[in-house]
Design a protein around this ligand. Sequence first.
Ligand SMILES: Cc1cc2nc3c(=O)[nH]c(=O)nc-3n(C[C@H](O)[C@H](O)[C@H](O)COP(=O)(O)OP(=O)(O)OC[C@H]3O[C@@H](n4cnc5c(N)ncnc54)[C@H](O)[C@@H]3O)c2cc1C
Length: 233
Amino acid sequence: MIFQNFDFMKKYILEFSQKKRVSNKIFEFSFLANEEIKDFLPGQFLSINLAEGISRPYSIFSLEKNSIKILVEILPNGTASKIFENMKIGEKFSAILPIGSFVLQENDHKKVFFATGTGISPFISMIKKVREKSIEKGISIFFGVQKLEEDISKKLISDFQNIDLTISLSQEEKNFEEKNFRIKSGRITKNFDPKNFDLEDTDFYVCGNPEMVSDVVQILQNANAKNIFFEKY
Ligand SMILES: Cc1cc2nc3c(=O)[nH]c(=O)nc-3n(C[C@H](O)[C@H](O)[C@H](O)COP(=O)(O)OP(=O)(O)OC[C@H]3O[C@@H](n4cnc5c(N)ncnc54)[C@H](O)[C@@H]3O)c2cc1C
């Protein structure tokens, strides 16, 4: 069952409070809302109004009471990216949230997450929720980057218990395995096989670059996977 949450969508004023570098291009932006935000479901996003006529959606990376964090990739020449780059502590923006039906399903299925770039953001809040409910079937994550130096998944996952992480490098030839993760060259689509999963008892979530999302969803559909949920950036 997909939880629609449009009843709780509301306008808030967000005050920019902190910026942290996660990688070369990706930053964590923290905001304080003018009141506590209720009824957020992990996976949902907000729409922030950055300037007259310029609103953009961003997945909610973390939300505690009135403290909200998003991950933003700064694109060269991006309109919103420029505003984020020049944002000053204390600046205020209106935002609508929580939005969207790309949310964690309330069941005990195994979870498999596919992401590129900031597409991992909604999965971090979903993983937190999975852990709270102590779902035991485990989590597999397939994360795609061009080069290993751009990886943010290892930094963002604080606890690897029950998590199997595969990082795919589309523009680097490296193949090795460490305790909590493995590195493989090639795109995400090369480095996973739906046959390795019980397709009835697994939920597949795909988020990020639209091309990657389409390709992964296509492979899963061809394999007759039942439970596929995706969000294209
Ligand atoms: C539901 C949803 C959730 C989203 N969540 C996030 C999120 O959590 N974090 C996040 O950073 N973004 C997220 N996005 C994307 C975000 O909304 C903006 O589109 C993004 O920040 C770019 O905005 P911009 O104004 O800076 O770039 P724009 O001015 O809109 O575009 C700048 C130019 O960059 C090009 N471009 C687009 N993507 C890339 C790329 N990857 N590399 C190089 N060039 C590119 C465009 O084609 C365009 O020509 C999300 C999108 C959706 C639909």
